[in-house]
Ligand binder design. Structure first.
Ligand SMILES: [Zn+2]
Length: 616
């Protein structure tokens, strides 16, 4: 494989040609999709759907417009769909479904010819469709109405839409969605700001997106604007809190634009989901889906919104061609996120975030290496026969970030910013592979700045395990002060409240993550008195504290531990706590008992992780 990559890069370097991305995407073999877009490719979707909370299904009709058909079969990815009827330009062809693969689902083969224009599929989703989470009224903030949200990334779109489910295939769409009359439907598209009386909504998405950004949510939403082009959707009781928390939204958009060019998606709104959402946020175009766990009450966790916003460039505009190139989406986005935060709140602030990224990255590398998964610490991943979700680790995010930061620091920020601006402009609405990115940035730096980027640079960051020795090290003055406070606590048993009053979530996280090993019961009690951690509603702080509580068997936190695990579905918080519990036989029993209660509240993305981890 590496050899092939070498030859490929050499050919590009020899001919010095700009890579034709359309051709490029045809060359890319996405091991996570059955579709063969080089043969037959779709380009536009007309989706008619009825959302049924009683049966937990969506009854839908998908009309796919064909862009070209050089072969005789359109292959779509499906998973668990009940296909009722298929038509090609009004006629019923003999379609077939392939064998079922536990990760990839089934290929839907539809005979077409060079003149075929529209392929219609009438189908119903399964009540256990992996992308869809159906919540009862009880599981929402207001407890009045049921709630539905989708999570399509990485390859779950196929569980609610028969599609060419590969990030290399973009399409535009329009949709008509019918939901119960008291509810509002929202998509990654042009969205309503008020409920319709009939429960019928029309959507249009004119910018082409890959299937993993196809998104829908249905619930009792209200909307409030932040600026002309941005606003917040949430359940009525959450809306004002969220509007206050995200008050800087417009400043973030303007800041991002001043860094890397115009925002390409017209509106930028945020939808606050119930706590079972498995991720921090999902960058669905025009409408970021966000966890309510970032509503900290002090605006200290809004870097997550900066992250999802940054995806409007890195990921949504320039998209990883396969999930093995995931760092191209996430590494660039973390870099961009930190630059937005620096622009809005200064370097001291963004360096705290970078220092936390660095600590997370070190921990992930140690963990992966110790569990025999060292290969997964390379930026370029090998995900053949694996779930692409295996690639969602700190490596793509934070090793990717530090790689880009090392280029910035080595050759200058000004040059890197010029490069990034052109990268997002040239590659907008296209896909990128790692193997195409290397010659791209190389040629750019050579022709624009007369700087040669060496093989060694790419090799040690992208194709080598672990972290290069010359990885940039964030310098956070704020954290140095936290270290001093921590040392003083260890000798005096006191924390200067004047100092800690000023601390944001980040300082507390640094404090908790750097507690020395072997804390006594008295020390845990004292810490809890000083920091009031057990009663904290800040999910980040609570999670870091609960890990310590499990480690040192601190019983006063157990009730909170259980309610946190049962009521929160964000995998980032669940993983470290369950992992810590699993370290002892006693803890394992407790983890399994809690998981039994919690599991109905989790999305498939989370249960897929924890079923394996917590099976009896
Ligand atoms: Zn991201």
């Amino acid at each position: 494989m590496r050899k092939l990559i070498g030859i490929f890069c050499l050919l590009i370097a020899l001919f010095g040609c700009q890579l034709n991305q359309e051709k490029m995407s045809e060359l890319v073999n996405d091991v996570h999709s059955f579709s063969k877009p080089a043969q037959v490719r779709v380009t536009h979707l007309n989706w008619q759907a009825k959302v049924d909370f009683k049966t937990k299904t969506i009854q839908a009709q998908a009309d796919w417009q064909i862009l070209y058909s050089k072969g005789d079969t359109l292959i779509l990815d499906t998973k668990g769909l009940n296909i009722k009827e298929v038509k090609v330009d009004g006629k019923q062809p003999a379609f077939t479904l392939g064998n079922e693969d536990p990760i990839l689902g089934q290929a839907l083969h539809i005979p077409v010819n060079a003149d075929s224009k529209i392929v219609r599929i009438i189908y119903t989703t399964s009540p256990t469709a992996e992308a869809l989470q159906w919540l009862s009224a009880q599981q929402t903030a207001d407890k009045q109405q049921p709630f539905l949200f989708t999570q399509s990334q990485a390859i779950l779109a196929r569980s609610w839409l028969p599609c060419q489910d590969s990030p290399g295939v973009r399409f535009t769409y329009e949709a008509d969605v019918k939901v119960p009359a008291a509810l509002m439907a929202l998509m990654s598209a042009s969205n309503p700001q008020q409920k319709s009386e009939t429960g019928e909504y029309h959507f249009e998405m004119k910018q082409a997106i890959p299937s993993y950004l196809f998104a829908l949510s249905v619930g009792d939403f209200a909307f409030k604007p932040i600026s002309e082009r941005s606003g917040i959707y949430a359940e009525p009781s959450v809306l004002d809190t969220a509007v206050w928390e995200f008050a800087d939204l417009e400043k973030m958009i303007a800041g991002a634009e001043s860094l890397y060019g115009a925002y390409a998606w017209e509106r930028y709104d945020v939808l606050v989901l119930p706590p079972s959402f498995p991720f921090g946020g999902m960058e669905n175009p025009r409408l970021t889906f966000a966890t309510p766990t970032i509503l900290a009450g002090d605006r200290s966790l809004t870097s997550l919104i900066a992250h999802e916003l940054a995806h409007s460039w890195s990921g949504n505009l320039v998209t990883n061609a396969t999930w093995s190139d995931f760092w191209l989406n996430e590494g660039f986005t973390v870099y961009f996120e930190h630059r937005i935060m620096e622009k809005l709140y200064g370097k001291d602030y963004s360096e705290m975030l970078a220092a936390l990224s660095y600590a997370d990255l070190q921990a992930t590398i140690t963990e992966l290496t110790n569990s025999g998964m060292a290969e997964d610490t390379k930026l370029k991943l090998n995900l053949v026969n694996r779930n692409p979700d295996d690639g969602v680790t700190d490596i793509a995010y934070n090793k990717g970030y530090f790689f880009l930061r090392s280029i910035e620091e080595q050759f200058g920020r000004e040059k890197f910013d010029v490069f990034l601006n052109d990268y997002f402009k040239d590659q907008a609405f296209k896909v990128m592979t790692t193997e195409a990115f290397i010659p791209y940035i190389r040629n750019y730096y050579q022709s624009k700045f007369k700087i040669s980027l060496t093989d060694e640079l790419f090799d040690k960051w992208i194709f080598t395990v672990g972290l290069p020795e010359d990885c940039p090290k964030p310098q956070s003055l704020a954290f140095e002060k936290v270290d001093q406070a921590l040392n003083s606590w260890l000798t005096t048993n006191e924390l200067p409240s004047k100092t800690t009053q000023e601390w944001t979530t980040h300082e507390w996280l640094h404090f908790l993550n750097n507690l020395p090993a072997g804390l006594s019961e008295e020390q845990m009690v004292r810490l809890d008195q000083l920091g009031k951690f057990t009663e904290s509603d800040n999910a980040e702080i609570l999670c870091a504290w609960l890990v310590q509580a499990v480690r040192y068997n601190y019983k006063p936190a157990y009730v909170k531990l259980e309610s946190f695990l049962v009521n929160t579905g964000r995998r980032k918080f669940l993983s470290p706590i369950y992992q810590e519990l699993l370290k002892t036989a006693d803890g394992k029993q407790r983890a399994q008992a809690i998981y039994e209660k919690a599991r109905p509240n989790y999305h498939f993305v989370a249960t897929n992780t924890f079923d394996a981890m917590l099976k009896k």
